[in-house]
Design a protein around this ligand. Structure first.
Ligand code: ZN
Ligand code: ZN
Length: 172
């Protein structure tokens, strides 16, 4: 939904909508609902509300697909990008966490939802906190099967200590 900033009334705007923004590499399994309160003060626009929906992600350990619900609070201040100088842009980005910019007098709610989805997707998605992942040797999904591989895990700090001890023994 595209909102003309000019059309936002003085008393503000309450909107409820549902959207499925296209995001590369992310599958949306439940379209996103947004309940938003939009207010305007001069050229600044304040957007507050809740965004919720569901996405499908791939677990970074076992590579299985799983769904993750997202429900998040939105609080963003919009500035018209055309009216700001470069210095002001830099200042705003530094000072305010939730600052965004609108172009040509239009705020697109699809962009708001897309940003919220991207902000809430973990860097390393996990199907569950204790996902055992795949065996690094044979590739078995260790959540479902056990394999006979022996994976040696040596803490690099311990390895240094061990070689140090060995040397000390030799010299002594
Ligand atoms: Zn997993
Ligand atoms: Zn294995």
């Amino acid at each position: 939904m595209k909102i003309e900033v000019f059309d936002i009334p003085d008393e503000g705007l309450d909107i409820e909508l549902e959207e499925t923004p296209k995001i590369e590499g992310i599958k949306i399994t439940k379209s996103f609902k947004a309940i938003l309160r939009i207010e305007k003060k001069g050229a600044e626009v304040f957007v507050k509300g809740i965004v919720s929906g569901e996405v499908e992600l791939q677990c970074s350990r076992c590579l299985k697909e799983y769904t993750m619900p997202i429900k998040t609070l939105v609080e963003v201040t919009y500035h018209p990008i055309e009216e700001l100088s470069k210095e002001e842009l830099v200042e705003l980005k530094k000072d305010e966490m939730d600052v965004d910019f609108y172009r040509e007098g239009i705020i697109d709610t699809e962009d708001i939802i897309r940003d919220q989805i991207l902000l809430n997707i973990p860097m390393k998605p996990l199907c569950s906190e204790d996902c055992k992942g795949l065996c690094p040797i044979c590739g078995t999904d260790l959540n479902e099967f056990k394999c006979g591989c022996v994976v040696k895990e040596i803490d690099p700090r311990m390895a240094v200590l061990q070689s140090l001890l060995r040397r000390m023994k030799k010299n002594g």
